[in-house]
Write a protein that binds this ligand. Structure first.
Ligand code: SP5
Ligand code: ZN
Length: 338
């Protein structure tokens, strides 16, 4: 199994996020990736595929913004991490605003996702990590590849950041796979949180299926997406499947939902699978409320492996830092490859 990790991702180091009315130490720490890398070993660095594959899922205006945002923040006389405080919500319209605060509002949807000095470089190499791990799958050289991406990606949409995510690593890889000739690609999202960015990117597409198992957005972030009645639009009608589960869900009900998601993937008949894997479904995760144990992760992986599709595993969330390396290793073990 090829495992890709690029240390330049560690340059992204946001300090604080707004949670429950106060500023707290940011949960998406560089130590997360370091713990996983240390536990796994045998990792390869990323190759540079440039900006073009990023712009197949994100608008070039958004990518330009992300690349320049922190410099604009400093130029406005600020210090520390760039973060918005005004969002356009329903009256959003195409105004040509220049001010950094307006741009931060325009291109983001939450206050948990600051742009720090190293964010562009970290996120850029996160996307390249996913693209690098995809290559041996495109070449038919392996069945399983793991992209140790950080920052995560599944909350980042066509033209917005949020949920600790800036560039949608899984979506970039999925689109690169269809561009390379895969007629249909499925994305299975098993992070605790709904992958709203991935859903938005492919909502009207018929060549990428998005299936997600996540905490019910009636109680959990990101609230405004991930409800069961969101099923896709236009040509993509029926190519989005949301399976929200209540807080407290443990392995039994989780694996039942997984069976439903896998059945939908089989019915779609893709030739490649991208798995957005978050270990924040773990019982001891500090910001999440499912009850999966470490021993459940190989069972989840075995069910996915039984589809017998080439699969790219892309790292998303998981905030119980001490257990994270072990949970990821347990998941990867379930694919039965060295
Ligand atoms: C990639 C990913 O997992 N992103 C998650 C972003 C979640 N951001 C908001 C989390 C709010 C959790 N509030 C619970 C506080 C517990 N003390
Ligand atoms: Zn998550």
């Amino acid at each position: 199994m090829l495992k890709v990790f690029d240390r330049r991702q560690l340059l992204h180091a946001p300090a604080l996020e707004l949670q429950n009315g106060g500023w707290v130490v940011h949960a998406e720490k560089a130590a997360r990736a370091e713990m996983i890398a240390e536990r796994l070993g045998g990792l390869s660095p990323a190759t540079d595929f440039g900006r073009a594959p990023l712009e197949r899922v994100h608008t070039s205006a958004y990518v330009d913004f992300l690349q320049a945002a922190h410099a604009r923040w400093l130029a406005a006389g600020r210090e520390g991490d760039a973060i918005g405080y005004t969002w356009p919500v329903v009256r959003r319209r195409p105004l040509d605003l220049e001010r950094i605060d307006a741009l931060l509002g325009l291109y983001s949807y939450d206050a948990g996702t600051p742009i720090a000095a190293g964010t562009w470089e970290g996120a850029y190499w996160g996307a390249q990590t996913a693209l690098t791990a995809l290559q041996p799958l495109l070449a038919g050289e392996t069945r399983t590849a793991f992209a140790l991406c950080r920052p995560p990606g599944h909350h980042a949409g066509p033209d917005y950041l949020g949920g600790y995510c800036y560039l949608n690593n899984a979506a970039i890889a999925a689109r690169a796979a269809t561009d390379a000739g895969h007629a249909r690609v499925a994305i299975l999202d098993v992070d605790y949180h709904h992958g709203n960015g991935t859903q938005d990117i492919f909502y009207d597409c018929d060549d990428v299926l998005f299936a997600s198992i996540h905490a019910d957005p009636a109680t959990d972030y990101p609230f405004f997406w991930g409800h069961a009645d969101e099923t896709g639009d236009g040509a993509g009608a029926g190519a989005t499947l949301n399976l929200p589960l209540p807080r407290g869900t443990a392995a039994g009900a989780y694996l039942d939902a997984l069976t439903r998601a896998l059945d939908a993937i089989v019915a779609f008949s893709p030739s490649l699978l991208v798995v957005s894997f978050g270990a924040d479904t773990f019982e001891d995760d500090p910001i999440s409320h499912f009850q999966l144990r470490q021993a459940d992760y190989p069972r989840v992986a075995e069910a996915i492996a039984a589809l017998d599709l080439p699969r790219l595993i892309v790292m998303e969330g998981g905030y119980a830092v001490d257990a994270l390396g072990h949970n990821v290793a347990a998941f990867l073990d379930g694919f039965g490859e060295a």
